[in-house]
Design a protein around this ligand. Sequence first.
Ligand code: GTR
Length: 328
Amino acid sequence: MPTRRTALLMLAAGAVAATRVRAAAGPRRVLHAADVHVAGYPTVEAVRWIGEQFSAATGGELGIHVYHSGQLGREQDTVEMARFGAIDLTRVNFAPLTNAFPLTGVAALPYVFQSVEHMRRAMDGEPGRRILADFARRDLVGLAIYDSGVRSIYNVRRAIHTPPDLKGLKIRVPPSDIFIEIGRALGANPTPLSFGEVYSSLQTHLIDGAENNIRSFHSSRQFEVARYWSETRHSYSPEALLMSRRSFDRLGAEQQALLLRLATESVPVMRAAWDEAERTSRAAVRAAGIQINDVQLQEFARATRPVVEARLAAAPLRRLYEDIQGLA
Ligand code: GTR
């Protein structure tokens, strides 16, 4: 059963969706998708791209409307809404999925990937397919895995070079046991908050810093408040595009096959936009005077190793971890 909070959100989403469908001329059926990122962000544009291609290929049978900028609420809530069929699609990071879908946690672990290429090889390959298939356990269809760059720590106070520099700092992390453990292992005071709350929490000093990829740091405008970016590069935690099983089952077999194909084809489309977006964002935050510094990576890897070890006790997680390492 949905929780009361989810039920209310579902009602709200249903109302929004109904209005939009009546208002919009265009595709005969519109799938409703959620994303916390702003319009123009590579994940938002990749999902729009799928909709455009679908509509073009079918003479307007089906399109996608993306509710961007967190219009439909927090990522965890949109996952619940998709499970219960209140929305059709949601694009969320692995981070808020790690508790309910432990396989996603393996790909979010600190320093599990050696490079962007390694992450892409693993997520395009058998490890990625295993992670996507596991969403079926909870009424979801895993459609695609997108890049999310690499996450680093930023804050309002000082440059971080080694874990002890984080002592006493309240660092926002996504709502995920793994990220809370990473924060603790580094000696910070990890504070789980949803993405939409981070900017104002930095402003009001509820938190001293956070961690994310440079595109999100830039597009959420958090760089206006947090002036120190330290290259801890501790997680590549990718993005998932998920579909409600109920919505998927309502499509015909041909539509299902087309959607699955387009989702796979959207991955290189997204990556091209991502690579460009990362470069632009890095240049923009530098130009805005953000202090970017390197850190003692070995020390960050050593301090967070127990977070990895704790996951490896479970056989399926260890297997996935080893398979990912095999693709390094
Ligand atoms: C971003 C990710 C978002 C969201 C955010 C966060 O990198 O793209 O989906 O999860 O991080 O930290 O909440």
